[in-house]
Design a protein around this ligand. Sequence first.
Ligand code: MG
Length: 354
Amino acid sequence: MIIKDVQVHYRNIPLLVPFKTALRQANEIDSIEVEITLDNGIKGTGAAAPTVVITGDSTESIMSVAAGPVKEALSGHDLRDFQGALKKVQRCCTGNTSAKAAADIALYDAYSKWLNIPLYAYLGGQKNLRTSMTIGVDTPEKMAWDAEKSVESGFHLLKIKVGTYPEIDLERIEAVRRAVPPDVKLRLDANQAWEPKQAVQILQELEKKDFGIEFVEQPVRADDWEGLKFVTERTKLPVMADESLFSAKDALKLIAGRFADLINIKLMKCGGISEAWKIADIAEANGVKCMVGSMMEPSLSVAAAAHFAAAHPNVAYMDLDAPLWLSEEPDHLTYDGEDVLLSDQPGIGIVQPV
Ligand code: MG
């Protein structure tokens, strides 16, 4: 069970259509894959994608950390000490959560392959996974059209990106609401674009209407925790922290100070499944529900997040549609409309075209 090699591979994957949020527009993603080989022949693979505006991690930094400190920390480690290997990844450098996530995922993949069971079975749960579909920020008409198409494809949960030109955000949300049946729930994501007072104004306006809004993600700037609390205290709509929260330490502070009602966990922000599990545990102990989301990421890392989401009892919401935006990974993670179907193969159950 000795780790004898750590390889780093790079792929570029074009998106089917551009992905637009208040923070950025993406037309393609870079996928950095970390492949761990054990001396018994088992291989574990993880992946990361850079979202520099959120994590600070670039393609170059992920590749160099994975091929440098991560490889150095893991080489020669006996994976029967699985927890020790996970810790070594987290402690090999500060920051760089995306590179750490790729290595952490690869370790979980290898370890559950050694046990010869799917990752969700190793983690201990198998709940059904129903994902939202994201509607990128655009004109109200275009967003309404995209929403209609998503509902036709079988989605009942829509995540509406807002925040570019906030003065038309109400119009956008109204247009989407009018375009879809009443049983479709809406989630909003401002990606940090609103000022606190502006957010309160918009959300209080929405409260007056029966729009079926489930929650609102990251209304204000990531580092403006006081602003986040200001908004949370002044709206009845549940507020979810996304870019404001990376680690289990953040979760402790955020929950103790009641800065938000809900937490969005992403493997690229927290450094992998080991830290994600701690965040969800801390939240569960305090009665705070979690969502598992992803950045625009390859199927492999989204599948790892899906195994975690299926297993942890405190994950109540899933936002795992990223692979449906990719042009080159049609069968790596299986969807049946809005349902994400996990493989019964050992490990994550995805074979990467490395
Ligand atoms: Mg978000």
